[in-house]
Design a protein around this ligand. Structure first.
Ligand SMILES: Nc1ncnc2c1ncn2[C@@H]1O[C@H](COP(=O)(O)OP(=O)(O)OP(=O)(O)O)[C@@H](O)[C@H]1O
Ligand SMILES: [Mg+2]
Length: 289
């Protein structure tokens, strides 16, 4: 286990994180607007370009919600409901058609790309298909997590693990250690099992030291035991650091166990937005009818 002082910073909440905001009745605010919101989405729509001869279809329609600092939100809904599109719109990896997205108080929908990069550096993203570079080592993949917070020339050097500063490599080893995979550091990423790749993707996101973490099905395609382990790990590592997170899941048990709040999408619109403790799995099964 790494013990350097700069690594200890990984185990403390990011400075931007503040206590979750509650109203006088104790409920969390569902809609945008406060300085303590790490993510605020207002009236967001997305229509993908359509093939010739077909009618354009809005994949997201009038989505509004806010996530206070430190909160965990589970985004659920049937296949094709728009969950991945929504997460990607929150970083402009997919450009929204209209509406606004504020991340850490910055209206990213109108930011020029240079300033968008600075905000994105504080947003971790765990992709539905984990997006590791298979031919590179596990450690190099984790080092890549730091690229957004480095000056451009250092980010290029960090692409090649051997050129990355020793401090960065040590930090990446620490992140791998946190997810229990330090012994696989020198293996090629494409030699890992699905569960191990998911853990590496989480380590890479932690390496970014994000204030906000968006995770698209962090436990997808795993057997029930491995899925439970990855979700527990995801929850423990992010909650301990006070990282605000939004994750999508098809596992209703995970949504209820690891989120403060559940937002359900159906056909591109929010149909449920309630504290997880107020929802039973039976309340949610209708989404998949
Ligand atoms: N690049 C694209 N171009 C056109 N349509 C797209 C594109 N990406 C997604 N879609 C469509 O948008 C809708 C929502 O897709 P999205 O991937 O956001 O759903 P999802 O809720 O994440 O589904 P899943 O649970 O299967 O991951 C789907 O009908 C999909 O076919
Ligand atoms: Mg998806």
């Amino acid at each position: 286990m790494a013990t350097d002082a700069h690594l200890v910073a990984l185990d403390t909440p990011p400075p931007a994180a503040v206590a979750p905001r509650r109203d006088t009745a104790g409920a969390r605010h569902p809609i945008a607007g406060s300085a303590t919101d790490h993510l605020a989405v207002a009236d967001l729509t997305k229509t993908y370009p359509h093939a010739a001869g077909t009618t354009p279809r809005s994949v997201l329609r009038g989505i509004s919600f806010a996530v206070p600092a430190g909160d965990a939100v589970a985004l659920i809904g049937a296949n094709g409901a728009g969950k991945s599109t929504l997460l990607h719109c929150c970083t402009r990896l997919i450009e929204p058609s209209s509406g606004s997205v504020e991340v850490l108080g910055q209206a990213i929908t109108t930011l020029p790309h240079r300033r968008l990069r600075a905000v994105r550096a504080q947003i971790g993203f765990v992709f539905q298909r984990h997006n590791l570079v298979g031919r590179l080592s596990v450690l190099t993949n984790v080092v890549h997590g730091a690229q957004g917070r480095l000056p451009v020339f250092r980010a290029v050097a960090a692409w090649f693990n051997a050129l990355a500063p020793a401090q960065l490599r040590a930090e990446a080893m620490h992140c791998l250690d946190l997810v229990g995979l330090a012994v696989f550091a020198s293996h090629r990423a494409d030699q890992l099992s699905g569960g191990q790749r998911r853990r590496v993707a989480i380590a890479r996101a932690l390496m970014q030291r994000p204030a906000l973490l968006l995770a698209d099905e962090p436990a997808a395609s795993l057997d029930p035991g491995a899925g439970d382990e990855v979700m527990a790990l995801f929850h423990d590592l992010t909650a301990r650091r006070g990282i605000t997170r939004v994750f999508t899941s098809h596992n209703l048990h995970h949504a209820r166990a690891y989120a403060d709040r559940i937002i359900a999408l159906a056909d591109g619109a929010i149909v449920i937005d309630r504290p997880a403790a107020q929802l039973a799995e039976a309340d949610l099964r209708g989404l998949y009818a």
